[in-house]
Design a protein around this ligand. Structure first.
Ligand code: SF4
Length: 343
């Protein structure tokens, strides 16, 4: 049996044709599965019973299984989801004044092993399927409906994993998320965050107008390779060239994320190099003071150092924000997701 929510519209059309059903049944199925968030075939009352029965014989509709919920003192909520194969992933609901973002995982674990990230230190298990990415949205929607009258307004692919290394399923997800007959989020409310997989950035340029965030974290290849081993494959120049091409095709500001780590990448020389490196790219810069986790030798810079770093960039003409991660008391902050109940 296959989870029917792994099929995008094109595949539903092929499925409907293989059942010799009328082509418009694919649109009906698509609407039920992704727009109406159907949990059973029985709900699909405008689809003939006989066809529904034949679908049930080959497919099921998965339900997100929430294994644990943790709420931070700052309001961020971490959902631990159990997958059919007993792996676990985490999603984080981040309520803000005017919006509620959902931080979504794209892989179980992560192969990139960034040194400042707990997810990366735990290794890689597998890519998520389309249904497993979508189920994170449905789980979060149901959870906040029960808790408040808020709605998820923004989606950020910034949880466990590197989305551009699971490009096929992530692209299906993005298209459905931004489709008004699908999950119906505005593309400008969807952000894909990458550690700098240059070919993936190029491929994203041909899709809808999503936001791109690039995790930069250093101003020399030497330091970046130490923090992010993927830099040996896609060094700074290659990543930034891909960003420039992306921007030429999209005309949209890119967000650069910079995790500030004490005495590693937080010098004023780093700030000045950053200004030079990013010249010509319309962007904003998010400075994220490092979130500590057990076993790391890294530390968060002093507040004064962070503010000085920001000031240099502001004087260089950039929009620069200090993003204190949300949910650090429940290990839901950037780089703290593990996908496990306990170690
Ligand atoms: S920071 Fe992102 S890309 Fe790097 S190891 Fe962690 S999850 Fe993977």
């Amino acid at each position: 049996m296959e989870d029917i929510r792994n099929l995008e519209y094109r595949e539903l059309k092929d499925l409907v044709a293989s059942f010799a059903e009328k082509p418009y049944r694919a649109s009906q199925l698509y609407l039920w599965l992704f727009n109406q968030r159907a949990v059973s075939f029985d709900e699909m009352t405008d689809i003939p019973k006989g066809f529904r029965q034949r679908l049930k014989e080959r497919f099921y509709i998965s339900h997100p299984k929430i294994a644990a919920i943790e709420v931070s003192r700052d309001g961020a909520t971490k959902l631990l989801l159990e997958l059919d194969d007993k792996n676990y992933i985490e999603s984080v609901i981040i309520p803000e004044e005017k919006r509620t973002a959902l931080c979504i995982s794209s892989q179980v674990g992560c192969p990139l092993a960034c040194k400042f990230c707990m997810t990366g230190s735990k290794g890689f298990i597998r890519n998520l399927r389309l249904s497993e990415i979508i189920n994170q949205v449905f789980a979060a929607e149901r959870h906040i409906q029960l808790q408040s009258n808020r709605k998820i307004t923004n989606l950020v692919l910034m949880g466990m994993g590197e989305p551009l290394l699971n490009l096929e399923e992530v692209t299906k997800f993005l298209n459905i998320a931004a489709d008004q007959s699908g999950l119906a989020f505005a593309p400008r409310k969807i952000t894909v965050s990458t550690a700098g997989i240059a070919p993936g950035i190029e491929r994203l340029s041909s899709g809808a107008m999503f936001n791109l965030a690039v995790s930069l974290n250093a101003t020399t290849d030497e330091v970046r390779s130490r923090l992010m081993p993927i830099n040996k494959k896609y060094p700074l120049k290659v990543v930034l060239d891909a960003c420039r091409r992306y921007q030429r095709s999209r005309k949209r500001a890119i967000t650069f994320e910079y995790v500030l780590i004490k005495k590693i990448n937080d010098s004023l020389a780093d700030a000045h190099r950053l200004i030079t490196m990013l010249k010509g790219i319309e962007c904003k810069i998010n400075l994220i003071p490092f979130n500590t986790f057990p076993g790391t030798s890294f530390n968060k810079p002093e507040r004064g150092v962070i503010l000085e770093f920001q000031k240099v960039l502001l004087n260089g003409g950039y929009a620069v924000f200090i993003r204190e991660s949300r949910g650090d008391d429940i290990s839901a902050a950037c780089g703290q997701l593990r996908g496990k109940l306990v170690d």
